[in-house]
Write a protein that binds this ligand. Sequence first.
Ligand code: PPS
Ligand code: ADP
Length: 206
Amino acid sequence: MGEPNNLYKQQTSVNREKRELMLGQRGCVLWLTGLSGSGKSTIANRVEEILHSRGVLTYLLDGDNVRLGLNKDLGFSAKDRQENIRRIGEVSRLFVDSGLIVLTSFISPYEEDRQSVRRIFNDGEFIEIYIRCDLAVCEQRDPKGLYQKARNGEIKNFTGIDAPYQPPITPEITVDTAKLTVEECANKIIEYLVEHQFISRNKWRD
Ligand SMILES: Nc1ncnc2c1ncn2[C@@H]1O[C@H](COP(=O)(O)OS(=O)(=O)O)[C@@H](OP(=O)(O)O)[C@H]1O
Ligand SMILES: Nc1ncnc2c1ncn2[C@@H]1O[C@H](COP(=O)(O)OP(=O)(O)O)[C@@H](O)[C@H]1O
């Protein structure tokens, strides 16, 4: 597959700026990365609940759901994970262009793949959130029983067991879910959005 030829980016008269003005928010992606069981889905879901309750328009792309649909042709080799993350990055870009606050909840284990996604966004719009949690704690939680299966050899290439996880080098936000509650993690993310003016402060007045 080479570079696309004879393709031209179309400008539309209803554009991102107009959509954002209408919504009273700025689009961005909250990219959660971490081991299986670290708390990505739980935190993404809680952040989305809080934002939704305050009238902020969001969309949550979650690991298993995307892999059951758009990416059902992909497995867990390094190459397939790379393609998984690339497609999710592109889908996120479309949603961000629509003015939404997008949340993604994927292991996204490779630094290079996350950097590639970061590069398709404008500066500041890709907010990398490291959902930190020691492997031992994730394994103890084992919410889906997958670590047990991986240890028994029933699942191959399982992240943290026989496939790598590369922690982010310079994430915008880090939360350690072995030390903080779900609510504390969610609030830290919300505060970042308010401080960086992705959502207006008046939506945050009680
Ligand atoms: N081999 C292997 N390694 C890791 N995870 C596995 C694997 N097989 C299945 N699962 C389940 O798939 C979920 C991870 O999918 P992701 O799309 O987030 O993975 S990746 O970003 O492409 O690495 C992951 O979800 P979470 O537990 O929510 O992280 C697992 O439920
Ligand atoms: N501070 C916390 N943040 C997120 N999850 C937590 C926290 N403390 C405990 N947990 C628990 O850890 C588990 C994380 O599971 P999940 O959100 O599915 O992780 P992931 O999406 O990363 O695989 C849940 O059972 C959740 O209740």
